[in-house]
Design a protein around this ligand. Structure first.
Ligand code: NAD
Length: 424
């Protein structure tokens, strides 16, 4: 096969502005009251903390930590914690607002938040990360709480960090409070089904969208960017339902096999190979950015933000894009995809399976009871299908894209709640 030269794909838009431009369009369609608009665009709380931590070399280093609560009008705020060097307040504000919209789209009783620490976890020892996580928890112990603000893992954090956070919060309060955080190890009250929940939601959204487009899963092909938690579970679950995954990529490059990639084998290979597909010989290596431009029915960006931009959107050939990642499509690329007639299932809908099962984790912790994986999956599938259909009907009603429709559904719910509660 031949490939055209890959276009430069990075077109970093300010994430907060990118979120706001969609928000604005949806608000106009809704005829949103200007005062409520001002309330919704302003985060409820933005906290920046300094975190002194003793490093393994005995020196004290000070890290900067953030927690932004965009809204807690629907319930306690919910959102992940990111450890990365490029963490900044604008990014936190955008991600926190996305969480508000995401929870509202799937109709769960949470508001939106996001947190992070500017650090490079890959260059730190487990002990340093533990001390940093505990310092962050102590600095924010007035903010966090099962009825106030409930963190979860995000980039650079996982069940291990959530266990430390839960332990530190519990110690400070003199009792075990596992509902303060989700995404915990199952032995600490983590939910069955949480690991695969986001990929599973992507799979459900893909199948429902394929039905709308009258695409037969057993005849469809799919390319998935990112082979981490979201991408690999989406790949495995779609594959199990007949969709042929012909291309995968991760930080090591992109891999192509026109006969379909054996996903179980790719996952085994990755797990035995430091988490990457580097050297995976069951598929041909292709230029990384080409994955997005392949002739496939379904494209699932499930890695990083801003990968579909004005530079490459024109060349996308997929009929359906399902956003596993947060913010993979820049606001400016939306129009190009719409004009091309490509159906995009937006992030705040497509990847909401994760927060849905986080909500189930919180419910189980509060009940002091454990659900079976079957119950978790059945309930999250139903929520994802209902949310998709609601967004789809809204897109028909307002004659807008699924993305704007998802914002309309979410903003309408949050705005109505503010209007009923009042108290300004
Ligand atoms: P992860 O760290 O498990 O995996 C990320 C994958 O992307 C890895 O395979 C990595 O190698 C790959 N990658 C990184 N840069 C890449 C690039 N430039 N090109 C191709 N591949 C690249 O992360 P994850 O949890 O799977 O999250 C992926 C995305 O999904 C993020 O945007 C995240 O915010 C979003 N998301 C995750 C969840 C969740 O529950 N994990 C929920 C909602 C949204």
């Amino acid at each position: 096969m031949s490939y055209i030269e890959p276009a430069p794909i990075k077109d970093k838009e300010n994430p907060f502005e990118s979120m706001m431009s969609r928000f604005q369009v949806a608000a106009e369609h809704l005829g949103l009251n200007a005062q409520i608009y001002n309330v919704l665009k302003t985060p409820t709380k933005q906290v920046i903390v300094g975190l002194p931590v003793t490093m393994d070399n005995g020196k004290i280093e000070v890290f900067e930590g953030y927690r932004v609560i965009h809204s807690n009008i629907l319930g306690p705020s919910k959102g992940g914690i990111r450890y990365a060097l490029d963490v900044n307040l604008d990014e936190m504000k955008a991600l926190a607002a996305w969480m508000t919209w995401k929870c509202a789209v799937v109709d769960i009783p949470f508001g939106g938040a996001k947190g992070g620490i500017k650090c490079d976890p890959r260059s730190m020892s487990a002990g340093e990360i533990e001390r940093l996580t505990r310092a962050y928890t102590m600095a924010l112990q007035e903010i966090f709480g099962p009825d106030r603000d409930i963190p979860a893992p995000d980039m650079g954090t996982g069940p291990r960090e959530m266990a430390w956070l839960m332990d530190q919060f519990s110690r400070s309060n003199g009792m075990t409070i596992n509902a303060v955080v989700t995404g915990k190890p199952t032995v600490l009250g983590g939910s069955l089904g949480r690991t695969e929940a986001t990929g599973r939601g992507v799979m459900v959204s893909t199948l429902v969208a394929m039905e709308k487009l009258q695409l037969n899963p057993f005849k469809a092909t799919c390319a998935i960017q990112g082979f981490g938690n979201v991408g690999s579970w989406a790949a495995r679950l779609l594959d199990e339902r007949g969709v042929k995954i012909i291309s995968l990529s991760d930080i090591s490059g992109a891999y192509y096999n026109k006969n379909g990639i054996n996903i179980d084998e790719a996952m085994r290979y990755r797990d035995a190979n430091n988490g990457t597909l580097e050297g995976f010989s069951e598929a041909e290596k292709i230029p990384t950015d080409e994955l997005l431009l392949l002739e496939v029915d379904v494209l699932v960006p499930a890695a990083v933000e801003d990968v579909i931009t004005i530079h490459n959107a024109h060349n996308i050939k997929a009929k359906l894009i399902v956003e596993g990642a947060n913010g993979p499509t820049s606001a400016k690329a939306d129009k190009i995809l719409n004009d091309l007639g490509i159906l995009s299932v937006p992030d705040i809908l497509a990847n909401a399976g994760g927060v849905t099962v986080s909500y189930f984790e919180w419910v189980q912790n509060r009940l002091g009871y454990k659900w079976t994986a079957e119950r978790v999956n059945r309930r999250s599938d139903r929520i994802m299908k209902d949310a998709f259909n609601n967004v789809y009907e809204t897109s028909v009603k307002y004659n807008v894209s699924l993305r704007i429709a998802a914002y309309i559904v979410a903003i309408d719910k949050v705005a109505k709640t503010y209007e009923y509660r009042g108290g300004f």
